[in-house]
Design a protein around this ligand. Structure first.
Ligand code: BDR
Ligand code: CA
Length: 313
């Protein structure tokens, strides 16, 4: 059993991912930590608490995290993808649970120190909480078991802009810190999540399970699916955040490569792009490669057994 902390900005696909983690016997969930992203951090926290309430798992603590990126301000979320409530405009009744008093980054530090080499961080939103945890306690690099995050695009186009994926673009400075840290880290980016799709048919099949949490998540998910079918003109939705748990449950479902990655943090059209350095030998000594030099290698998912992931979900 894997001890995990889920760092999240629910978010419709975050909700499905959390539902999967709750349902799987593979995980002992130590807590959820929240971050701004799809919605503001206040709403993300309420949404996280409500999921636990519906699942009857209120013993799991929720720690509220960053409300803004390291630099600049929160740009206001993506209501056209996730709804104004972050849950497909299903406007659920208010949730009467509260987060714990410990902030997200301190909760991460506390748990990683309490269970050395045992805690996996599953990050499903902007990487701000992980970055501030690292700057407060760099030792956690050596104490965490692994970090698996949904975000970035190594060898393909972005989704928030042609260059960048949404979670990375939301806080490129944090992402650059997290990807430059010396801890075992796996990137589940658009390279694989755009190859994994849930169709209306699959959604209908999942909806047949009549349980309070599933009914809630499925109702929200229809909004997400409709958005992708209408705007991206694809026959379903991409499986972003849930892919983190598919990977953690069965790493053989993914093909990976290891390269150091830098994030474009400057303003401009490439802001938020994740750049792996494949270290071609004729440039290896060049000055232009200095930004990648001495950076640890990131485990990057580049291919996926899509059919098996969908079956697993
Ligand atoms: C990521 O951005 C968010 O909208 C989703 O929840 C996911 O984490 C996909 O780019
Ligand atoms: Ca997310």
């Amino acid at each position: 059993v894997n001890k995990i902390i889920i760092d999240t900005d629910p978010g419709i696909d975050d909700s499905m991912a959390i539902q999967i983690a709750l349902a799987s016997k593979e995980f002992e969930i130590l807590g959820l930590t929240t971050v701004f992203g799809n919605v503001d951090v206040h709403l993300a926290t309420i949404n996280a608490l409500r999921l636990l309430q519906l699942a009857n798992r209120t013993e799991i603590p929720v720690a509220k995290g960053a409300s803004t990126p390291l630099k600049g301000k929160f740009m206001g979320g993506v209501p056209f993808v996730h709804g104004d409530d972050g849950q497909g405009n299903t406007w659920q009744p208010p949730c009467d649970l509260s987060p714990i008093n410990t902030p997200a980054d301190e909760f991460l530090i506390e748990q990683i120190i309490k269970f050395p080499k045992q805690v996996t961080i599953a990050a499903l939103g902007p990487l701000t909480n992980l970055a501030t945890a690292l700057s407060k306690k760099p030792e956690i690099q050596n104490l965490v078991k692994e970090v698996v995050f949904m975000g970035g695009n190594a060898f393909c186009a972005g989704n928030a802009t042609p260059a960048a994926e949404a979670n990375i673009l939301s806080d490129p400075d944090a992402a650059d810190i997290v990807l430059g840290a010396n801890w075992p880290i796996t990137m589940i980016g658009l390279d694989v999540t755009h190859k994994t799709m849930i169709s209306q048919e699959t959604l209908n099949e999942i909806s047949e399970c009549d349980a309070p949490l599933n009914n809630y998540v499925m109702r929200a998910y229809q909004y997400y699916l409709d958005f992708f079918m209408r705007v991206n003109k694809i026959d379903g939705t991409y499986v972003h955040d849930s892919s983190v748990f598919a990977y953690l449950i069965d790493k053989n479902l993914y093909k990976t490569v290891k390269y150091p990655v830098k994030v474009e943090t400057q303003e401009g059209i490439s802001k938020g792009k994740t750049w792996p350095s494949i270290g071609e030998s004729d440039h290896e000594e060049g000055e232009a490669l200095l930004p990648w030099k001495n950076r640890p290698k990131v485990n990057i998912c580049i291919d996926v057994n899509e059919k098996r992931v969908i079956k697993l979900l």
